[in-house]
Design a protein around this ligand. Sequence first.
Ligand SMILES: [Zn+2]
Length: 287
Amino acid sequence: MTITGFTGAGLDRADHVRLDAERLADMMANGDARLLRLAELDPVLDEEGRLAWDPLGGAGGETLFLGLDEGVPLFAPLVRMQAFGQRAWSVFRLLSMMSGKDAAIWGAARSVNEWHNRHGYCGICGTATEIFRAGWGRKCPNCGAEHFPRVDPVVIMLAEHEGRVLLGRQPQYPQGRYSALAGFVEPGESIEEAVARELMEEAGIAVSDVRYVASQPWPFPGSLMIACIASAESDALNLDSEELEDAFWASRGEVEAALAGDPAAPFQAPPPFAIANTLLTRWSAGG
Ligand SMILES: [Zn+2]
């Protein structure tokens, strides 16, 4: 079974500690406690390609309690971001070198950090909010509202038709890259309905029999990718050129060649840490 990217951190998130000021102070005073090193929000790797950590002791500033790694308290700094909304292509090179566990730990730190940066003010009364729950929330000192890091569900799916699957390409993708189609789940929709709507909107494809395959957090900034396969009624495409630059139906052999990195493959597969890669791998294995 393929492990999906950004999962498998293996930390005890120790939720019961987050609101317990005394136990949290004990964690922070623990000589083994470590603070994740970040370059703004990007990961910093040591010589062995692992996440770099510093002793927490004496570190100033606000922190996020990530959890316990075999009893060792792990924290991440809460940093002020300089820019929003940038697709982090530069960080993908680092991610391709990182272990799944490290990517998962860093991904959580990145998502929560960006959420803090985007939620400095209360959405109800507009007052500046304050951190609480050891970094896992913000509270309004004026109206008392509590705000929690949000997770945005996104469906990502393969439409399947007679042994081939639909792949699309967005203009900003690296050269040759094709991937599964994806879109945000909207209020009032089930996962199945979102899959069917996105495939109709982006490619003019009607589908039935939507099957869930796997999920992964995607920390740009805070999505939960929900991977599915659906059965297409026909292979006639009607592309939305705003969303997709191109799309085509790939055979099992073509998908296998792309996943294997074969230079003769008709497209370049998404990287292993992206769930589209997991989805293609499972489909090509007959899952
Ligand atoms: Zn408020």
